[in-house]
Design a protein around this ligand. Sequence first.
Ligand SMILES: [Zn+2]
Length: 255
Amino acid sequence: MKITFLGTGTSQGIPVIGSDHPVCLSKDPKDKRLRVSVLVEWDEYSYVVDCGPDFRQQMLRAGVSDIDGILFTHEHADHTMGLDDIRPFFFRQGDIPIYAHERVLGELKQRFPYIFVNGKDKYPGAPGVQSFEVINNRPISLGKLKVVPIDVMHNRLQVFGYRFGDFAYLTDVKTINEREIRKLAGIKVLVVNALRMEPHPSHLNLEEALELIARIAPERAYLTHISHLLGFHEEVEKKLPEGVFLAYDDLQIEV
Ligand SMILES: [Zn+2]
């Protein structure tokens, strides 16, 4: 399985527009972070997790010409606002499968009603999707792989993480209960959000992310959904424990 980090930034991305924070002014390409998303590829399949406002640029940068579907974690704008840009995939492939909690599918229908119109009323040129509801404790069959939804909390908002075999992707987590942690037993690679050093009401900070990694005990962990307030990539990475890394845009890993 190959994982490509399409974006590793928090909701505003890095640099933040108009910011003169040193991390926003950094010349290191690893300090430039698009909105958070990953491409997961195995056998002949490729799936994207989330579809934020940088989706178009991410697909171009990663050279993606076909996708088998998009799995959504939750409805926040930094995870959903690129949905219109599935058009080139739709024109070549037809309706694009999307997987999300029923609540998130409802939000997408409100924000992009024209995408969900069928038949002769559909605007020519509008993209189309095939919606699949994600239900906790019901693995999703993608080819031969059973993807396991992981139910986590983003302050008071429910969010899904996803386990793809030996790999799990959790973003926008603040808390996760023991039952959901057990679904991650034995994973080799974990991706989890770590916003900044200071606590935040709806995101793990670095210390909390490291505690969660220690509880799950994967072989390797990568941090994502990073704010400029976490610091320079190079400096933060040096302080991380063994087996824990800061993800950066365009990083590819094999699991
Ligand atoms: Zn987010």
